[in-house]
Design a protein around this ligand. Structure first.
Ligand code: NAP
Length: 258
């Protein structure tokens, strides 16, 4: 990059968001590290500073539009504008839909879908002000298209992320701002470590065509590509980074058509 540009990453205090923030800083971006937990965003900002990068630690709850606006006000005050938004913050709440409370349904949708809308809405005027080449990358999930019992609210929220990605991409195309989603498969992060017991890990290794769980840095690699100049002609797409999980309709341990 000719001169430093600003990237904003939500949920950047942990896991995939942290890997994206660190990766963007290594590419020369000034990174606004936004997380609902100020201690977590401060940790990621410190990692970036230790590596010689520029970071601004922000406490932002993406499900609260006033908190989102305060975050952008801080960024504009410090650095003047925004070139890249990585909408990553997300939560999981496992429950059968028939037993799910109003509150838990709304919490998942508020963080995973409405939060991305609040962030994008606040970022758009800033992205436009930078001229062409702005980028939004939304972190979706393989569970936006395939799903399992107990993941109803999560899958609904991520299906909404894919649809909103396409809608935003169309609306922002005239400004040459691209909007894409990255849909991770099963990635080892603080979110999933408690769920990935040895038995679950073995089952995933059998089900994932490439045969192994993913790492946060591999999702960050896809995000870094989508924000790069080389990806200027890609918009409105959902890029699955899942070891082939979403295309696997095989019937294991069964002779069928072979
Ligand atoms: P993670 O390790 O839990 O990191 C997510 C970060 O976002 C946490 O620091 C979390 O804080 C923060 N956060 C939660 N609610 C927030 C809010 N309202 N505002 C701002 N920040 C908030 O999770 P991850 O595994 O890296 O997941 C990141 C994204 O990837 C999510 O959108 C997730 O759905 C998606 N994804 C992950 C996987 C996977 O296998 N890991 C697969 C597919 C998709 P708390 O710790 O306090 O909640």
């Amino acid at each position: 990059m000719a001169s430093a540009q600003t990237a904003v990453v939500t949920g950047a205090g942990s896991g995939i968001g942290q890997a994206c923030a660190v990766g963007l800083a290594r590419q020369g971006y000034r990174v606004a590290v936004a997380d609902v937990r100020p201690d977590a965003s401060a940790t990621t900002a410190a990692m970036i500073h230790e590596q010689g990068g520029e970071a601004l630690s922000l406490a932002v709850d993406v499900s609260d539009s006033a908190s989102v606006q305060r975050g952008f006000d801080r960024i504009v005050g410090q650095w003047g504008g925004v070139k890249v938004l990585v909408n990553n913050a997300g939560i999981v709440h496992q429950s059968l839909l028939e037993h799910l409370s109003d509150e838990d349904w709304h919490r998942v949708l508020d963080v995973n879908l409405t939060g991305m809308f609040y962030m994008a809405r606040a970022a758009i005027p800033l992205l436009r002000a930078e001229g062409s080449g702005g980028r939004i990358v939304n972190i979706s999930s393989v569970l936006s298209t395939v799903t399992r019992p107990l993941n109803g609210p999560y899958s609904a929220s991520k299906g909404g992320v894919n649809a909103m990605t396409r809608a935003l991409a169309l609306e922002l195309a005239p400004s040459c701002i691209t909007v894409n989603a990255v849909a991770p498969g099963h990635i080892l992060t603080p979110l999933t470590v408690p769920m990935f017991t040895p038995a679950v890990t073995r089952a995933f290794e059998e089900r994932i065509p490439l045969g192994y769980l993913g790492q946060a840095e591999w999702i960050a690699d896809a995000v870094l590509f989508l924000v790069s100049p080389e990806a200027h002609y890609i918009t409105g797409q959902v890029l699955f980074v899942d070891g082939g999980y979403n295309i696997n309709g095989d019937l294991p341990n069964l002779e069928f058509g072979r």
